[in-house]
Design a binder for this molecule. Sequence first.
Ligand code: ASP
Length: 443
Amino acid sequence: MKQKKVNEMRSSTRILIGLIVGTLVGLVLNKLNFQDSAFLNGLVTQILEPLGALFMRSLRIIVVPLVFASLITGVGRMGSIVKLGSMGTKLGIYYLATSFIAVIIGQVLVSVMQPGVGLDSALVAEAKLQYSDKMAALTAKSAGVGESLWPGILSTIVPSNIIDAMANTNMLAIIFVAIIFGSALLALEKKKSEPLLSVTSGVEEAVVVIVGWVMKLAPYAVAALMVGVIARFGFDLLANLAKYMLVVVLGYALHFFGTYTMFVRTFLKYPPLTFMKKMMPVYATAFSTSSSAATMPTTIHTAEMSFGVKKELASFSIPLGTTVNMDGTTLFECVAALFIAQIFGVELGLVGQVSLCLIIVLSSIGVAGVPGGSIPVVMSAMAMFNIPPVGIALVLGVDRILDMCRTVLNVTGDMCGALYLAKCDGQKLRTGMEHKESTLDDK
Ligand code: ASP
């Protein structure tokens, strides 16, 4: 056990070192204007960025089979349809409550701190020019989002072809079919459902082993990802957007250290510091990849192995949370939309602001858990309230850093959801730093 504890500490410490080294090297390359040197540019674009992308792809490659298999296992082993309904309802209430707290934090901060007031709108024109190629693609994508809200959302959730949904990583459809399938297994006699459940559970086990292997590369991959992001970061934009970034980061901090720490301490009766320590590999993966989907395998692994959440509960709540519960994203969307409204002088009034928050919470269900997944969605929400979507160009230059932080918040919400279900189920959560069967290191 002692050895395992050492292993776990080593795993998160190594990832943290990777994060720090990557950030420092990135800062140096940024200062040196790495694009001006053929050698440094080649190092970043031909070696480090492809290595980081490989790590993200290796994690994302297992997401579709993992979501499908783990949700079927989680639902199929839930015990009864009544328990499934009760767990689903609790989770739904938790998701909605935390998402609304997040948008309210965002809304209040923008109203009080007014980051967009007094900002030169000529900056928008300049940003539009700089991001013109990107903006065309984003505008086209955001138009699609608006159409798919209602009744389009129904055909997004209920696919006509599950293979097609899987090929296009349509997570809502995959989740819907897996829940229906799992419920059907739940309705069957145990001796009929068990053979299939042992297959889906076997797929899940195998995927967890693969995650263990991929995570061995995490310290290096995290460093490579950080170098690329920091080296390209527009520090010159910082002065203009400092107030906007401050509002977003302050909102994240309030939700992370306020809402979630309180939730962990009072609702879960769990020591917040131990929670954070155990979350290190999850945080580092989310921060460096900016993708809650790519982080999901690590989140499930940590829920089961470090916190001791029962397999069926982790398998049920985490894939669901990764797709539909994104507090960091809703908070960011709210701040970004209202910030741009302030710059363009769009008066929303209280009713308009409340409606915008509502649309943001609802549409965040469709945000893909990938870097910048929320950008087309927030543009579409802005268009509904006559806030010019092109204004988003202004914040694109600093968005990656904010995206890294909001992804950490998103995965925190997913983990808290899993721990909450475990608590509702009467489970005692593990507080020691040891892992149950295996660790990322000893796989
Ligand atoms: N990057 C976020 C995530 O993966 C999504 C977003 O807000 O853009 O959770």
